[in-house]
Write a protein that binds this ligand. Structure first.
Ligand code: E4P
Length: 284
C-alpha cells in the first residue's frame, strides 16, 4: 500500500482545518497528552476548574466522535494507563472506547499488560494500536501476540522523535522493523511512524514507504504551505545520530518470551498518565 497520512492531534479544529486546505488525511491519532491540550481543557484547568474522571472521559468521547466523522480509516483512542494498570482495566476501557466511534483503533502501551489486552481484543475483532514502541523486540512481540489479525487490524507506533531526543536515530528503528516484518512475512501489523518532530522525519518516512505516518498539526501546516514537497531520488537522511542495530528475532515465538522493557516505555507510560492526572480534581 502507499503511505497513508494521519494527523497527531486531540483538537478536531486541526483536522477540519487541514481537510479544508485539501490535505488527504486518512486518520487521526490522539493520546492523553494531546487531549489535555484541547482548548476546552486548557481553559478550564487555567481557571483551576478541574475535571472528574467521568467528565474528562465524556469530553474525550465528544472529541473523538467529532474527529471520527471527518476521517474514514482510523481514529486512535488511547486507554488511561499508568505502570500499575492491569490488562483487565485496559480491556474495560477498550470495550467502552470502541463503542464511541465506528473507526477506532484502541491504543494500548506495548507493555506486558497492554499486549495481554491486545491479544484478547484482536481475538474479539477489535482494532488496536500498540504504542510507545522503542525497540525491535517490542515489534516482534506485537506481531506474535496479534497473530491471526486481519491486515490493518493492528497498528504499531514506533516513536522516532523520542529516540532522536536520546541521541539514537529513531528512523533506524523503523527500517529495522520494516526489514524484520518483510523477512518474516508479517502482513497483519501496519507500521505507523509516530513522534515526528521535523520535515526531515516526514520526508524520511515517505522515502522508506512506511505504511502510515502521523504528524503534528504545525508540521503539516508548514508542509502544506510549502506545497507538499516530497523526497526525490536524491533524498538521503542522515541525522548524525547513533544507529540502532538490526537484530534477529523469531516473530513466531511466544510473545511472553520477548523483553518489552526500555526506559522510554516506562517514562512514556508515566508521562501520559501524569498529563491525564493533572487535569483531574479528584481521583475515581
Ligand atoms: C502518536 O500516536 C504518538 O502518541 C505521538 O506521535 C507521540 O509524539 P511525541 O513524542 O511528540 O509526544
Amino acid at each position: 500500500m502507499s503511505t497513508h497520512l494521519y494527523l497527531d492531534s486531540g483538537d478536531p479544529a486541526h483536522t477540519r482545518d487541514l481537510l479544508g486546505k485539501g490535505v488527504l488525511l486518512a486518520g487521526v491519532t490522539t493520546n492523553p497528552s494531546l487531549v489535555v491540550r484541547h482548548p476546552e481543557v486548557v481553559a478550564r484547568v487555567t481557571q483551576e476548574e478541574y475535571f472528574t474522571r467521568n467528565e474528562i472521559n465524556a469530553l474525550y468521547k465528544q472529541i473523538v466522535q467529532e474527529i471520527a466523522g471527518m476521517v474514514d480509516e482510523s481514529v486512535s483512542v488511547e486507554v488511561y494507563a499508568n505502570c500499575d494498570t492491569t490488562a483487565r482495566e485496559m480491556l474495560e476501557q477498550a470495550w467502552e472506547m470502541n463503542g464511541w466511534i465506528h473507526n477506532a483503533h484502541i491504543k494500548l502501551p506495548a507493555t506486558p499488560a497492554g499486549l495481554t489486552a491486545a491479544e484478547q481484543l484482536v481475538a474479539e475483532g477489535i482494532r488496536v494500536n500498540l504504542t510507545l514502541c522503542f525497540t525491535q523486540e517490542q515489534a516482534a512481540a506485537v506481531a506474535s501476540a496479534t497473530t491471526g489479525a486481519t491486515p490493518g487490524q493492528v497498528l504499531l507506533s514506533p516513536f522516532i522523535g523520542r529516540l532522536d531526543d536520546k541521541g539514537r536515530n529513531g528512523m533506524s528503528l523503523i527500517y529495522n522493523i520494516q526489514r524484520m516484518y518483510q523477512e518474516a512475512g508479517v502482513e497483519h501489523v501496519r507500521l505507523l511512524a509516530a513522534s515526528l518532530r521535523s520535515r526531515e522525519h516526514l520526508l524520511a518516512c515517505y522515502a522508506c514507504g512506511v505504511d502510515i505516518i502521523t504528524a503534528p498539526y504545525q508540521l503539516l501546516l508548514d508542509w502544506v504551505a510549502d506545497g507538499y514537497p516530497m523526497p526525490d531520488d536524491s533524498f538521503s537522511y542522515d541525522p548524525g545520530l547513533i544507529e540502532i542495530p538490526f537484530e534477529e528475532y523469531d516473530v513466531q515465538a511466544p510473545w511472553q518470551s520477548f523483553s518489552l522493557q526500555h526506559p522510554l516505555v516506562t517514562a512514556g507510560v508515566e508521562g501520559f498518565a501524569d498529563d491525564w492526572d493533572a487535569v483531574l480534581g479528584e481521583v475515581g
